[in-house]
Design a protein around this ligand. Structure first.
Ligand code: CMX
Length: 133
């Protein structure tokens, strides 16, 4: 498999509006707009930083995974996403290496990306996303 770069850092926030104040106004990052990924009960907001992005994640439902994450750990880094050349091939290779996956097959992420999550137990505690766009 080939990792091309850190695609984005996912940051769980209570409110994108409030988060925009720091990431946009204070740090001066460009705000690219929001997108809701209904299946994952989350609204995302992207702030490009050179070749990577900061992605704020706000839950759209009290029982959504991002709401549960904040309940347990508070606001903060939720996942690290690496862009790969070929997601199916990367998942196949990781499976063969015995890596525990959350997604064995790609699903749809924000911005039209194909994404898959690795299980935090296999990554020393961090939720890792692989994405291809
Ligand atoms: N950090 C660390 N551990 C996490 C975690 C996180 N952010 N999210 C989940 N886990 C842990 C859970 O505690 C659980 O651990 P145990 O097996 O020890 O209990 C394990 O990972 C599996 O989590 P789960 O909630 O039981 O599994 P699900 O398959 O229901 O959901 C996941 C997993 C990662 C898809 C979901 O929790 C999630 O975060 N969904 C939102 C995804 C998202 O951010 N989407 C935005 C768009 C994506 C993009 O384009 O970037």
């Amino acid at each position: 498999m080939k990792i091309l770069k850190i695609d984005h850092l996912g940051v769980a926030v209570n409110s994108i509006d409030a988060g925009k104040n720091f990431w946009g106004d204070v740090l001066g990052l460009e705000f690219e707009g929001t997108e809701t990924v209904s299946q994952q009960k989350v609204t995302t907001a992207f702030f490009p930083v050179s070749e990577s992005e900061v992605e704020l994640l706000e839950s759209t439902a009290a029982d959504g995974p991002v709401a549960k994450f904040i309940e347990k750990k508070g606001e903060g880094i939720h996942h690290v996403a690496f862009r790969v050349e070929n997601l199916e091939q990367a998942l196949e290779e990781l499976k063969q290496k015995g890596v525990k996956l959350i997604d064995e097959k790609p699903r749809q992420g924000a911005g039209g990306a194909k994404i898959a999550f690795l299980h935090p137990k296999a990554t020393h505690g961090i939720l890792v996303e692989l994405c291809e766009r």
